[in-house]
Design a protein around this ligand. Structure first.
Ligand code: F3S
Length: 79
């Protein structure tokens, strides 16, 4: 299982993650990314067909703001 969320503090709105994984990442009014499947909670499992896209986004983020894990995130992890 794969879970993901964005550290919105370190995201610089570069736009790469949404290009890599358009089903998973979207941008707020300021262009800061968030995980759209669960409003950036990191609690909903990434659909299997989107996993490769998420890994691409994880590897492509210039500020390492895409967080991934095999178990759900909790509120303390949200930047
Ligand atoms: Fe932000 Fe990284 Fe995406 S800087 S817009 S989280 S690729």
């Amino acid at each position: 299982p794969l879970f993901t969320m964005v550290n919105k503090v370190t995201c610089i709105a570069c736009g790469a993650c949404g290009a890599s994984a358009p089903n998973i990442f979207d941008y707020d009014d300021e262009g800061i990314s968030y995980c759209l499947i669960d409003d950036n909670q990191g609690l909903v499992q990434v659909p299997e067909e989107d996993e490769d896209d998420v890994y691409d986004a994880f590897e492509g983020c210039p500020t390492d703001s895409i967080k991934i894990a095999s178990t759900p995130f909790y509120e303390k992890d949200i930047g």
